[in-house]
Design a protein around this ligand. Structure first.
Ligand code: PGA
Length: 259
């Protein structure tokens, strides 16, 4: 795992956008795994700004797969992750809805297996963008999730529902159930790019990066992946015991290496 403590959330967004663009330049038919939530919003805004400025690579052949989707929202709800990613990123990058996939919340019993089949048919995810929950969740794999789980129905913890209530009119409106890629699904992506900003994530980041591998901290599963990059602002890195070492490693990297 490569941990990159940066100075600010803007630096995190810029490096994450650089990494996504570098992939799409080298592999025009790249398969991107996209997270929703607040953290990647700045990265997505950066990608959209670069496209408007005319410096972005072509996204004409790119396909995208979402990590997760709420179950039980009315069709077309603006907080569905399909609507969210279209609004924040994919519409502005020119990806039509038929190239942006999600687990299908209208057919929950079959959605998990169907999504795994779609991912396999696409050849798997090249680069998976990830956030981390304040309780250590990864996608919507809450503490206790099997480390080798695949896409399936999950129940949100009260902590996650409270965290996400800011997107809804009230806590009651936050769905209790979701479909989410499993931890085993996420581990199949070829490169994992976890981004975290703000002091509210510091404890979860420290547990994921430096704590034991444990289903009690689902994001610790990154420790099993051969190519995982963790981009942090100063606040999110503030509880790491080895932060100085990670900074020294990153500063000493050869230019050609990238993330
Ligand atoms: P956030 O969520 O980016 O909105 O903090 C992260 C997550 O729940 O994985």
């Amino acid at each position: 795992m490569e941990v990159v403590p940066l100075g600010s959330a803007a630096e995190v967004a810029a490096l994450a956008a650089d990494t996504i663009e570098a992939l799409v330049r080298s592999r025009p038919a790249a398969v991107l795994g996209l997270a929703t939530g607040s953290t990647p919003v700045a990265t997505y805004a950066e990608l959209v700004a670069r496209r408007r400025a005319g410096t972005a690579p072509s996204y004409d052949e790119v396909r995208a797969f979402l990590l997760d989707e709420y179950v039980g929202l009315p069709p077309g709800h603006p907080q569905s992750y399909r609507a969210t990613i279209a609004r924040e990123l994919t519409d502005d990058l020119g990806l039509p809805p038929d190239r942006v996939h999600r687990p299908d919340p209208t057919d929950v019993p079959t959605a998990g297996a169907a999504y795994e089949a779609q991912l396999a048919e696409a050849g798997g995810v090249d680069l998976q963008v990830l956030g981390i929950g304040s309780d250590g969740h990864l996608a919507f794999n809450e503490p206790g999730s099997s480390l080798s789980s695949l896409t399936r129905l999950k129940t949100l913890t009260e902590e996650t529902r409270r965290d996400n209530a800011r997107f809804f009119n009230s806590l009651d409106e936050v769905p209790r159930h979701v479909l989410t890629q499993g931890l085993g699904t996420i581990l199949r992506a070829r490169h994992l790019l976890l981004i975290a900003t703000g002091a509210g994530k510091a404890e979860a980041v420290a547990a994921a990066v430096e704590g034991p591998l444990s289903a009690s901290c689902p994001a610790s599963v990154l420790q099993l992946h051969p190519h995982a990059s963790v981009l942090l602002d100063a606040d999110a890195a503030s509880r790491l015991a080895r932060a100085d070492h990670y900074r020294e490693v990153y500063a000493g990297k050869p230019d050609w290496q990238g993330l």
